[in-house]
Design a protein around this ligand. Structure first.
Ligand SMILES: Cc1cc2nc3c(=O)[nH]c(=O)nc-3n(C[C@H](O)[C@H](O)[C@H](O)COP(=O)(O)O)c2cc1C
Length: 183
């Protein structure tokens, strides 16, 4: 296993805001801790929902894309999910990526960063429940970025300006995440 922390981008939507926010969180994490925070864009990973004969908990993957995803997750020391709230939950692409593995997530620290019209707290709550099933260790602080109506309607986000007040919270949460590695 490497010391790398994977920042998994929860949205694959066309015209998504996610890359701006995920890049910002990754940069803060790396600058604060000195550890590598690597972006993982789920749009770059084709993970069909119907082509593995065994359940992921067996680890018996037959498809090369599942094997590659498994190796990617197994190699990481910890994770950050940067994800929007969709209909009071989290995006299907993120659930699909999570459910392609099982043991690869187990016991590892997870920081949840959400965004949405009210910050995405309901999405975070659902992810905490899923993380519990995977025996992941969730950072207690879950930064929630509230998008202005204009942003939801498509106005560009300048994360370092628009969410400057939450930078310290994200720095602290990233430090906690790194401190939890190996614990
Ligand atoms: C399918 C869908 C469902 C949404 N549901 C919610 C929601 O429940 N709560 C919320 O605050 N915003 C909701 N929104 C607005 C998103 O917070 C906003 O569009 C955000 O930019 C989505 O992230 P993305 O641009 O990275 O995909 C929803 C957006 C989409 C596309």
């Amino acid at each position: 296993m490497t010391n790398t922390i994977l920042v998994i981008m929860g949205s694959v939507r066309a015209q998504r805001h996610n890359p701006v926010l995920a890049r910002w969180v990754a940069a803060i994490g790396q600058a604060t801790t000195g550890v590598t925070f690597e972006l993982v864009d789920l749009a770059d990973w084709s993970l069909p929902m119907d082509d593995e004969p065994a359940i992921p908990a067996t680890g018996g993957y037959v498809q090369p894309h599942t094997q590659a995803w498994s190796a990617k997750i197994a190699d990481a020391a910890a994770f950050v999910f940067v994800t929007p709230q969709y209909n009071w939950g989290y995006p299907a692409a993120l659930k699909n990526a999570i459910d392609h593995c099982y043991a690869e997530w187990r016991d590892k620290p997870l920081l949840i960063v959400t965004y949405g019209g009210h910050g995405g707290g309901k999405c975070a709550a659902q992810l905490v429940q899923v993380a519990e099933a995977l025996k992941m260790r969730v950072v207690p602080t879950m930064p929630a970025l509230t998008l202005a109506r204009a942003m939801i309607e498509g106005s560009p986000i300048k994360a370092e300006i628009d969410f400057a007040e939450q930078r310290a919270e994200i720095e602290g949460a990233c430090s906690t995440l790194v401190a939890m590695i190996g614990g």
